[in-house]
Design a protein around this ligand. Structure first.
Ligand code: SF4
Ligand code: SF4
Length: 623
């Protein structure tokens, strides 16, 4: 399992981790939402853990590994980092704390302050025996990783001395046997990786953070009340217990820290440490000092300590504890131990692990600056809300695929403004469309009403007509028929009307004989109107006109019963008039040839017309 992990389920996409990571080891690629840790680039500083408010970031849990060691037949030693005094202030006596650890099943409980004393002496030798080369202390594992990965050119300037954790581990194995298993308990996360770097007497089998130790106490219900006093197993340290404070190791080494004659500069905390390494690289020939560096503000504030710790309170607790331990201190025993264990090999080598990414093309950087609207602001000034020190650095990160443009606050705000404007415009258009829709809906309703009214008017008019009227569609289905049409049908057809009122939808073929409905088919198919055709139906002679209403889709017919006296009279007049009109020329020619005879023929025909034009005599009552 990787050292640092992100749980996407808990992540709220704040990107605080991306902004705080000192080495840009957390990337957000253009196509992804969630941040992703680049484990090879991560230096294990744990800063991302501290800023992740939903607790989406966690470090590798070593509790199970430790439990397995404790359950084995091997002897297991716990080595406690000197910063226990700053963390476990809720336990009233350190001897109770030691016994609580024993209650977990550890065979030995040692304090790393003796390892600090050993290492401090090596630093004293290195710094006082100056041979023209300046060194950076290698006690903070995050600093060591940072230099190996991002300033590999300074790897040779790392002090070639193991950390107090490794020194104490070597001491424990020398004293309690090489088969001893070692669990280091400290405030740091990167120590989990550092411990696995060593083989033989320097190897650390597991590393618990203070937070994990508290979790184990809770899991096994181990409290101060349930244990007795118990002291640390030897060897006991001297001033090494001051190590959690950044200058503590110099104090333990007796190295001069005076401004005029001091040989070492101490820097602690993310920004100071990064700046110190930069300046060491650039200006060490002017600075001419060794550097004592810590990523955090001393070990008391490491990412493996409880959240919410207060630096100066922890600082005071560490000093109080150191004073208490130095009372009645057995310096002769300490000197003897120092002599014995001072012979251990505490040397160390480092390896370059260059994780720097190639610098992108200038064109690409300019393109990105243009996208985020910063092409005219390419100097070192930036709002830093993206986590990068300048807009240019941010553009470089985007070009390297580590960040996406949306992480730029001004770009996002501008996009948001544009988006809001678009949204507003769209809303405006929507409102206008809705208004237009309302109007057209109103118009449509009015048109519908008008159509309904005119339909009703037509229907009423049709009903009032003495002639039969029927409209049919392309399949000869009745669209509309008036009462006269229904009355002219036979009994069977009228029964259909009982089932289908108005005969709407009834098949014309079931209502009329073939010779009749075929005329409708003809007009539908040929689009040729039939005017005044006589058709016999039910022993009545009808005058039929069929005409196209919608080409090939709808035809209508007007059918008149020629046996109705008014119709008959009107028809006879019309037809005789037609005969006279059509034959007028012929009559004139005949008249010309026959003289008076032709005039008589015309007079006779006119008299027929007149006789039909005369009103009928009203029927007498009772006739
Ligand atoms: S800080 Fe935590 S919540 Fe925010 S982006 Fe990083 S992992 Fe997600
Ligand atoms: S532990 Fe440090 S280096 Fe690693 S991802 Fe988190 S902030 Fe970056």
């Amino acid at each position: 399992m990787a050292l640092i992990n992100i749980d996407n389920e808990k992540c709220n996409l704040s990107y605080s981790c991306v902004r705080i990571c000192p080495v840009n080891a957390i990337k957000v690629e253009a196509h992804q939402d969630y941040p992703e840790i680049m484990h090879n680039a991560c230096i294990g500083c744990g800063h991302c853990l501290k800023v992740c408010s939903p607790g989406a970031i966690s470090y590798r849990d070593s509790k199970e590994e430790t439990k397995t060691l404790l359950a084995s037949d091997d002897k297991v030693a716990a080595i406690c980092g000197p910063s226990i005094s700053g963390e476990f202030h809720d336990i009233t006596d350190y001897r109770k704390f030691v016994d609580m650890i024993r209650a977990l099943g550890f065979d030995y409980v040692l304090e790393a302050s003796f390892g600090v004393d050993l290492v401090a002496h090596r630093y004293n030798d290195l710094f006082t025996g100056f041979k023209g080369k300046y060194y950076i202390t290698a006690n903070c594992p995050a600093v060591v990783s940072y230099i190996e990965k991002f300033h590999p050119g300074l790897t040779d300037n790392l002090a070639p001395i193991v950390s107090p954790m490794i020194a104490t581990t070597k001491v424990a194995r020398k004293k309690y046997g090489n088969g001893l298993k070692v669990v280091y308990i400290g405030p740091c996360v990167e120590t989990k990786r550092e411990g696995k770097r060593y083989r033989d007497d320097g190897r650390v089998d597991s590393v618990l953070t203070f937070t994990e130790l508290r979790e184990l106490f809770t899991e096994y219900d181990i409290t101060e009340k349930k244990v007795e006093f118990s002291d640390f197993d030897p060897p006991i340290g001297f001033k090494g217990s001051l190590y959690p404070i950044s200058t503590g190791i110099l104090e333990a080494a007796g190295i001069d820290q005076g401004l005029l004659d001091g040989k070492v500069i101490t820097a602690e905390g993310r920004n100071s440490m990064l700046e110190a390494v930069n300046q060491f690289e650039k200006h060490i020939d002017n600075i001419k000092k060794h550097f004592n560096l810590f990523y955090n503000e001393g070990c008391i504030m490491g990412p493996g300590t409880s959240r919410g710790g207060e630096k100066f309170r922890r600082h005071a607790l560490v000093i109080d504890y150191a004073k208490k331990r130095l009372k009645n201190f057995d310096s002769r025993k300490w000197e003897k131990d120092m002599e014995e264990f001072g012979k251990l090999d505490l040397s160390r080598k480092f390896k370059k692990d260059d994780q720097r990414l190639p610098y992108p093309d200038e064109d690409k950087i300019q393109e990105i600056l243009q996208v985020i609207g910063k092409e005219h602001n390419v100097d070192e000034i930036g709002c830093a809300s993206c986590g990068y020190t300048s807009c240019r650095d941010f553009a470089v990160a985007v070009a390297r695929g580590l960040a996406k443009t949306e992480m730029c606050l001004t770009f996002t705000l501008k996009n948001r403004h544009d988006y809001i404007k678009t949204l507003r415009d769209t809303n405006q258009k929507l409102a206008e469309t809705q208004e237009a829709l309302k109007k057209s809906e109103k118009n449509a309703r009015r048109d519908q009403q008008l159509a309904r009214e005119s339909f009703e008017t037509t229907r009423t008019m049709l009903e009032k007509l003495p002639s039969s009227v029927v409209l049919v569609d392309s399949e000869l289905k009745v669209i509309q028929a008036n009462k006269s049409f229904i009355n002219m049908l036979d009994e069977e057809a009228r029964m259909i009307e009982d089932i289908i009122p108005g005969l709407e939808g009834a098949d014309l073929k079931t209502l009329l004989p073939y010779n009749f409905y075929n005329l409708f088919s003809y007009v539908l198919n040929q689009d040729d109107n039939i005017v005044n055709r006589d058709v016999h139906f039910n022993e009545i002679l009808y005058n039929v006109s069929i005409f196209t209403i919608r080409k090939n889709k709808v035809v209508g017919a007007v059918i008149r019963d020629l046996y109705v006296p008014e119709v008959r009279k009107e028809e006879v007049i019309k037809r005789v008039t037609d005969v006279i009109d059509k034959n007028l020329e012929l009559v004139q020619k005949i008249g010309f040839l026959l003289g008076e005879g032709a005039s008589e023929t015309e007079a006779m025909l006119n008299s027929i017309i007149e006789s039909y034009k005369m009103p009928e005599k009203p029927e007498k009552d009772g006739e």
